[in-house]
Structures are given as structure tokens and as C-alpha cells.
Design a protein around this ligand. Structure first.
Ligand SMILES: *Cc1c(COP(=O)(O)O)cnc(C)c1O
Length: 418
């Protein structure tokens, strides 16, 4: 996380001390480094230069409008999973023609709106969804551009909650049914079959399953060609992992080289849907220690951020490094870093060696992906602020929620509607 470095004893984001941000905007808050967003995007665009490709940032990883706008300014497309996400892209100034719409449960209303907006492609996940989209497009007098999400049945070897490419999974169309489903799609009058896609899982630390999945898709592309169904693009999804601790995630350049080699001479354009690898190491969650507590054989650092702010540790047993914002020379002790929420699973890190005192700030690292977007108001905790830093400039890009906002949809209904 090069954008987050110590200078002397102080942890900085780009040219700004994190302590200064905490003093100005309060804690907990998410802090993003714009240079890290740019760097991660450039790694993809440089690696895939020379072939016809579109990076579609999967914005469920971090859908802050300022983050979307930044990627849009770099030329990015977007992978979305709800009409809400599509509307975010438009609100941030992204192009409709660069949006792909994924997800197993698209409603007819979402389809109508996406057709109206004129998105690039619907990534369809079942036969029944094809039939519904054909009907909705017909009613709207449009032809829906589609790709089928095929389940290549490869093991992503990642956490089961974030593995999506095995056949017992709810996502995609079974590999064995793909040809028949394409024939069905090609016969429906209001659909325009343009692509094939897959997404096998997240936080992959080995690219082999991703390349295997592409090979499986290309076998289908050839079979479809023989059946007279010619595709324009192949979309290989997202899933490249990042370094949270000691992982060695695949190098984007090596990944790109393997893909380019396979696509050479095929006349197919490439779509990619990276999420985590574009934003994960561009953000930290900043939190302050409220109390140090000496349990029976355990030390706790009780901080003002909790599982509602960052769900990954309690939900996936995910590991995030936790660093002091100001380094001390005091003796180190081993702490569980926990939040104020009334659940035993409310922790941000376990058994961490830290030299800290009450009131100190901690940075929970690698929190740019699936952090703010998965946050909730559990325990009536307002979501924290989000800041985007570029050089020495700090921009508030989401204000901390207020109590009044949390109760707004209830207060007028308190004494009934009649
Ligand atoms: C979540 C998701 C992605 C992004 O995955 P990452 O692991 O964050 O890169 C891409 N495509 C689809 C369909 C997804 O659901």
C-alpha cells in the first residue's frame, strides 16, 4: 500500500497525516488515496494495451460517486448488479454505453430502466431471465444486447462465500446447458447475442483457475461459431486478489499476457470486471481506541469502528493488517481489536501485537474494497465519513450519517398512517 507510508512515526495517506484527517473529520472514517486508484487502473490498461478491451470496474467493491467518477475519467466501464448501481454510474458521469449488468435476480423493472438507459450488455444468468428480458425488450420496442454468464465449473480455491464458479453455485448457466441456451437466445426476436461471460470468484491468489475458465469459454465460442452464432466479446469477470497480509496475488501483466496469447487472431474483444484489485489497497478504515481492557488472559483494544463499518473480518474471517497511526516506543502487547457492537463476532483483528494507549488512532489497512459498501446501521450506528485524498488535498466524498437520517423513514409513521 504505497500510498500509505510512515514518515518518521506518523502514518500518511499521500502527503497528509492520517491523524490530521481524524481530527478534522472524526472517526470512524474511510480514507481513499486517489493515486492508488489510478495506479491500479493503469496496471490493467497498460497490461491489456494493444488488444481491444474494456475494463468494467465492478462497483459493488466501492460505489462511492467520487471513486466511480475517477475511474470514469480514466476511461473505465462498469460492471453493475442492480439498477441502483447503474444509476450511480450515471450520477457520477459514467457512460451508459460502457455498463454491463450482472446478477441472478434482475427484476422486470430493472430491465426496463436499463434498456431505456441503453447499457452495453446484460449478462444473463438463466433461461427464465432470457425469456423475461425478451418479453420486456419487446414491450419497450427494443433489442436487448446480451451475453450469457456461463459457469465453467472450475474451482477458484478461495473462501466458499466468495467462490462462484462451481456447478453447485447459484450463479450462471451450467456449462453443459450453455449451447442449448445460446440457441434459445439466438431464436428470441428481441435479443441480440453479443458475448459470453463468467466470474468464478473473488480474491484469487492464483490466476490458473481464471485462465482455465477462459479456455473453457473459448471452447464454447468455437462450438457456437460452428452453429452460426458469432460472438463479439468475451468477458472474463473479475476476481484477481490483493495483498492483505502475505499473499502473493497474480501479477496483472502476467495474467494479461496469458489472456492475450489465447485471444490472438480470434477477432474477439475482451471485457474484464475487476473490483477488489482496483480499490482494495487504495483505502483504510481509520478508527480511534476508546478503551483498553484487560480480560482474563486477553487484552482488548475497544475501538470506535465495528462490524457494521467493516464486515469482512466477522463475515469471512478476513484478515486486515492493523497499524498504529502514530508509532510509540512503549512495550508491545497482544490485543484483540474489537468494536462496540453487541456481538461476539464483532472484531476487526485478533491477536495483534500493538504498542498503544487509549485515544490512539489505528488504521485498518486494505479496506478500500467491500468495506463502506457492505456497511450497515446495525446497533443504530451512523455510517462514517469517506474522504478522497490526492497529494495534499483532502475531499469529503461522503458525509457521516446523522441520527436524523437514520430515523427519517420511521419518524413520520410513528403514530400510524390513518
Ligand atoms: C463481484 C463481482 C465482480 C468483481 O469481483 P472482484 O473479486 O472484486 O474483482 C465481477 N463480476 C461479477 C459478476 C461480480 O459479481
Amino acid at each position: 500500500m504505497q500510498a500509505f507510508q510512515y514518515q518518521d512515526r506518523e502514518l500518511f495517506v499521500e502527503d497528509v497525516p492520517l491523524a490530521q484527517i481524524a481530527d478534522t473529520f472524526g472517526t470512524p472514517c474511510y480514507v481513499y488515496a486517489e493515486s492508488a486508484l489510478t495506479q491500479a487502473y493503469s496496471a490493467y490498461s497498460n497490461a491489456f494495451a494493444g488488444i481491444d478491451h474494456l475494463v468494467c470496474y465492478a462497483l459493488k467493491a466501492n460505489s462511492n460517486l467520487a471513486v466511480i467518477r475517477h475511474f470514469a475519467s480514466l476511461g473505465s466501464g462498469f460492471d453493475t448488479v442492480s439498477i441502483g448501481e447503474i444509476r450511480r454510474v450515471l450520477a457520477a458521469g459514467g457512460e451508459a454505453g460502457k455498463i454491463v449488468f450482472s446478477g441472478v435476480g434482475k427484476s422486470a423493472d430493472e430491465m426496463r430502466q436499463a434498456l431505456e438507459i441503453g447499457i452495453h450488455c446484460f449478462n444473463v444468468e438463466s433461461v427464465n431471465e432470457l425469456e423475461r428480458l425478451n418479453r420486456v425488450a419487446g414491450e419497450a420496442g427494443k433489442r436487448a444486447p446480451i451475453s450469457l454468464r456461463v459457469n465453467p465449473n472450475v474451482d477458484a480455491r478461495t473462501h466458499p462465500y466468495i467462490s462462484t464458479g462451481l456447478k453447485n453455485n447459484k450463479f450462471g448457466i451450467a456449462y453443459e446447458q450453455a449451447l442449448d441456451t445460446y440457441r434459445r437466445a439466438a431464436a428470441l426476436p428481441n435479443l441480440n447475442v453479443i458475448g459470453i461471460d463468467c466470474h468464478i470468484g473473488s480474491q484469487l491468489t492464483d490466476a490458473t483457475p481464471l485462465i482455465d475458465a477462459l479456455d473453457r469459454l473459448l471452447v464454447l465460442v468455437d462450438q457456437l461459431g460452428e452453429a452460426g452464432i458469432r460472438l463479439k466479446h468475451v468477458d472474463i469477470g473479475g476476481g484477481l486478489g490483493i495483498r492483505y497480509d502475505h499473499e502473493t496475488p497474480p501479477d496483472v501483466a502476467a495474467y494479461a499476457a496469458a489472456i492475450k496469447q489465447r485471444l490472438a487472431g480470434r477477432g474477439l474483444s475482451l471485457l474484464l470486471e475487476p473490483g477488489r484489485s482496483l480499490v482494495g489497497n487504495a483505502g483504510v478504515l481509520l478508527t480511534r481506541i476508546e478503551y483498553l481492557k484487560q480480560g482474563d488472559g486477553k487484552h482488548f483494544a475497544i475501538v470506535d469502528a465495528a462490524m457494521n463499518d467493516l464486515m469482512r473480518p466477522s463475515y469471512y474471517q478476513a484478515y486486515h493488517q492493523i497499524r498504529p497511526v502514530t508509532r510509540r516506543d512503549d512495550a508491545v502487547a497482544t490485543y484483540d481489536v474489537v468494536g462496540p457492537v453487541c456481538e461476539s463476532s464483532d472484531f476487526l483483528g485478533k491477536d495483534r501485537e500493538l504498542a498503544v494507549q487509549e485515544g490512539d488512532l489505528l488504521a485498518v489497512m486494505s479496506a478500500g474494497a467491500y468495506g463502506a459498501t457492505m456497511s450497515s446501521n446495525y446497533n443504530t450506528r451512523p455510517r462514517g465519513a469517506e474522504l478522497l485524498v490526492s497529494g495534499d488535498s483532502v475531499r469529503l466524498v461522503r458525509a457521516r450519517e446523522t441520527f436524523e437520517q437514520l430515523i427519517a423513514n420511521e419518524i413520520g409513521l410513528l403514530d400510524g398512517n390513518d
